[in-house]
Structure formats: C-alpha cells, structure tokens
Design a binder for this molecule. Structure first.
Ligand code: PAF
Length: 289
C-alpha cells in the first residue's frame, strides 16, 4: 500500500495547531505514540487508527526519562527515515518528532507519578520508569490532542498506567489497546528484538513458550502456585533469566482474589544484555484444581 510521506513536525505548538485545525474541520484524529524503530506491531496500530480515523499522527521520540541510568537509552535504535517510509505505507499524515529540549525545556521540574498499577513488576524493577512514561505521554497528548490514542497490549502494565493517568487527570482522549503482533514462532514484536544475535533470537521464544505453558495449565484448572514455577521452568529451559513470571489480576496486577479469573500472565526475561517482556490474557474459568 503506497502513500505520501508523512509531514514531519518537530515543534509541539505547531503540531498542536495542526491537530486542532483538523478537528475543527470535523476530522477524527488518531494518535500512535512510539519511540521509533518501528516494526509490524507499530504498523498494526497505525492501520487500526487509520481504519477509524480521518487523520493519523505518530510520535517518534526516544524518551530519556523512562530509561534508568544503566539502561539502553544511548543504544536504543533510531531510524527516522525508515520509520517514515513504513508510516507512508499506512496512510499516516503527521509524524511528530520533537527534540528532547522541546519536550523537556530547560528548568522543567514536573513529573507525573502514578501509583496503583505502576507499583509492581516493571515499576519495582525499573524505578522511575512509569513516571517517565506518564510524564511524556501527558506531554505528547498536549502536543497531539487527538480523539483517541492507540497502545499495544504487549506493554500491558504501561496501558494500565496510561489509562489510570488519563482517568485521574480527566484528559480528554480515548485510549484503545490493540493486540500484540507476533513473529510466526510466537515472539512478540519489539524494537529491542533488534539487539538479539541469531542464537539469542532462538532462545527468546522462551517468553512465548512460558506464556503458552501458563495458558495450558490455567485452562486445565491448575492453581497460580503451580503455574508460576512452570513458567519459570520454561524460561530456564532456554537459558533465559527470569525477572518475573506471574499470574495476577489483569487490572490491579495484584494477586488474584478470584482464582477463577480473569487473569493475566506476565513475564520478563533477560537474554544476554537484552531484556524482553510479554504477557497473555487468561479468560475466566470454572474449575480450579
Ligand atoms: O511504548 C512506548 O513506545 C513508549 O513507552 C511510549 C508510550 C511511546 C512513551 O515513550
């Protein structure tokens, strides 16, 4: 599907002006926030937005405040030209690609700290990560005041944090969460997959295998106490270090109150220097062993 190259806007005020002008004309605007290095997962979000909106804006901004001091901010892959080519094929009208100083002007001192769903898992292992995410998403929503924003379900905890913030601050934007896009062997698409050597790429399928195991045992009525060790075993079978493997409430991310669910299986693992996360929704069930 060929299309014209998206217009690149770097200035937040100018971006906001363009979006508001389109909306004043009665156009429905969709927004896909990204950190670039786009893959089929991002493309599916842009396509989904294009299906139900007249215009689509995609932001490409590697947000420094969501990376810890020993994380991969400097080496995070960046390729604006290839990203714009991909977005042209999906009918995206605008790319918002601000400089760091445009998002965080000198002297800025405000951060948005979300509690609740931000507390456990990524929040525990990556202190400050979700404050960085919430702050930048709020800033991006100011520059791109769209009708609806699209997020991938792969970052499940992030979607809960964004929803919480939007609700608590009364931000006037809808949030739509779209399914994870996977390689044929089940590995969830992620910009960080680019870090994997061919041998590591083969081992990375362990995350999907661990979630498949969780789903199998869940559907057999097995308890969380049985499922979580089995998830860790699936990771270890391919020499993937486990940061966490858990079955929890899909909204609060706290331990299940109702053992029949619904639930979410969450997994984070490290393969060499690459850290990947994934998840699978587990539907309500009627029997528990
Ligand atoms: O999911 C991402 O790519 C980022 O966390 C986001 C939402 C664009 C904020 O930087």
């Amino acid at each position: 599907m060929a299309g014209s190259t998206p217009e690149i806007e770097r200035d937040p005020e100018a971006m906001r002006g363009r979006i508001l002008a389109a909306r004043r004309e009665g156009r429905r605007v969709g927004f896909v926030p990204t950190m670039g290095s786009l893959h089929a997962g991002h493309a599916s979000l842009a396509s989904r937005a294009r299906e139900s909106c007249d215009d689509v804006a995609v932001s490409i901004f590697v947000n420094p405040t969501q990376f810890g001091p020993r994380e991969d901010y400097d080496r995070y892959p960046r390729n604006l030209e290839a990203d714009c080519e991909l977005l042209a094929r999906h009918g995206v009208r605008w790319v918002f690609a601000p400089a760091v100083e445009a998002v965080y002007p000198p002297g800025n001192a405000t951060r948005i700290v979300v509690d609740g769903p931000a507390r456990r898992f990524e929040g525990e292992l990556r202190p400050g990560h979700f404050a960085g995410v919430a702050t930048v998403v709020c800033r991006l929503f100011q520059a791109v005041p769209a009708d609806v924003a699209y997020f991938g379900a792969k970052d499940w905890q992030q979607t809960l944090v964004v929803r919480r913030m939007v609700h608590d601050l009364g931000l006037p934007i809808g949030i739509l969460v779209c399914p994870t896009v996977r390689d044929p062997d089940g590995l969830a698409m992620s910009s960080r997959n680019a870090y994997l050597s061919p041998a590591e790429r083969q081992r990375a399928v362990a995350l999907a295998e661990s979630l498949a195991q969780a789903e199998r045992l869940w559907s057999q009525g097995r308890s969380v106490a049985e499922i979580e060790p089995a998830m860790r075993t699936a990771l270890a079978a391919r020499d993937v270090s486990c940061d966490y493997a858990a079955v929890v409430d899909p909204e609060s991310l706290e331990p299940l109150v109702d053992p029949h669910g619904p639930a979410i299986a969450l997994v984070a693992g490290r393969i060499g220097t690459t850290r990947l996360i994934d998840n699978r929704e587990l539907p309500s069930r009627t029997t528990v062993g």
